[in-house]
Design a binder for this molecule. Structure first.
Ligand code: F6R
Length: 255
C-alpha cells in the first residue's frame, strides 16, 4: 500500500487528480472506475479544469441506489452528469453505471461484471470510504470475494447520506454495488479520504487486520493500492511518520 498524506482535502484531491490525469494522458483508452459522494468533488473539479481528452475513455461507476431512476436528482447518474460527464467530451456509450431500476437485478449485475470484463478490466479505480470502512456500498461483513450485487445499507450509512436526501428515511434502503472481489480485480486502486470522521476507518483499513468488519482492509491484498489522505483522515494511523518518511524519500525515478 502506498500512503500519501497531504495537509488538507484540496491538496489530497489534487494529488489524486494528478494520478487520474496521468493515466488518461498515458492511455487515452483507459478504463476508469469512478465513485460518488462528497470526497471526490474537488477531484472532479480538478479533472474538468485539466481539459483532458475523454473521447476514448470508458468508465464504470461503483454503485447506484435502487428504486430511483437516472433523472432523480440524488441518483448517481445525476451526480456523475452534474459533476463530471457534462463538462468533458466523454462518449455517452462508454459510460456505465448500475441500473437502479432494473426488474431483473441478478441478470443486470451479471451483465455489469461482463461489461467490465469485455472492456478489458478496470485500469484505475477511484474509491471513497464510509465511516464504517465500506468501499463502494460493501458494508461491514460483506464477503471479501463478492461481485456486483444488491446490498442493504446500514442505518449508519443512511444517516451519513441523509444530507443529500433531507432525512435518513428518504435514503433508499437498497443499492447495487460492485463487490469487493470486483474491486480487487482492478489493476490499480486510488482511495481518497478526508476529514476526522474517516480516521478510524482508515486506521483499520491500513493497519488493522484484514477483516470483513472493515471492507477497505481487503485493499491490503491489492497489489497496487494508493491511499490519498488529508491529515485529519490520517490522524489515527500509528505509523504516520513512517508513511511521510517513505513518501519523502522515494527513489528519484518513482517521484
Ligand atoms: C460512492 C461510494 C461510497 C462513498 C462513501 C464515502 O460511490 O462508493 O463508498 O465513497 O460512502 O462517501 P463521502 O465521500 O460522501 O463521505
Amino acid at each position: 500500500m502506498e500512503i500519501i498524506i497531504q495537509p488538507d482535502p484540496e491538496a489530497a484531491a489534487k494529488k489524486a487528480a494528478h494520478i487520474f490525469a496521468q493515466t488518461i494522458r498515458s492511455n487515452p483508452k483507459a478504463v476508469l472506475g469512478l465513485a460518488t459522494g462528497s470526497t471526490p468533488l474537488p477531484l472532479y473539479r480538478e479533472l474538468v479544469a485539466a481539459k483532458l481528452d475523454w473521447s476514448a475513455i470508458t468508465t464504470f461507476n461503483l454503485d447506484e441506489y435502487t428504486g430511483i431512476g437516472p433523472g432523480h436528482p440524488q441518483s448517481y447518474h445525476s451526480f456523475m452528469r452534474e459533476h463530471l460527464f457534462q463538462h468533458v467530451n466523454i462518449d455517452p456509450a462508454r459510460i456505465h453505471i448500475p441500473d437502479g431500476l432494473t426488474l431483473d437485478t441478478e441478470a443486470s449485475c451479471r451483465q455489469y461484471e461482463e461489461k467490465i470484463r469485455n472492456a478489458g478490466g478496470i485500469d484505475l479505480q477511484l474509491l471513497g470510504i464510509g465511516s464504517d470502512g465500506h468501499i463502494g456500498f460493501n458494508e461491514p461483513t460483506s464477503s471479501l470475494a463478492s461481485r456486483t450485487r444488491i446490498k442493504t445499507l446500514t442505518e449508519r450509512t443512511r444517516r451519513d447520506n441523509a444530507r443529500f436526501f433531507g432525512s435518513a428515511q428518504e435514503v433508499p434502503l437498497h443499492v447495487i454495488t460492485m463487490g469487493i472481489g470486483t474491486i480487487l480485480d482492478t489493476r490499480r486502486v486510488l482511495l481518497l479520504a478526508s476529514g476526522e470522521g474517516k480516521a478510524d476507518a482508515i486506521a483499520g483499513a491500513v493497519e488493522g487486520p484484514i477483516t470483513a468488519m472493515n471492507p477497505a482492509s481487503a485493499l491490503q491484498l491489492h497489489e497496487r493500492a494508493v491511499f490519498c489522505l488529508d491529515e485529519a483522515a490520517a490522524s489515527k494511523l500509528q505509523r504516520i511518520d513512517y508513511y511521510k518518511w517513505v513518501y519523502n524519500n522515494k527513489p528519484t525515478w518513482q517521484q
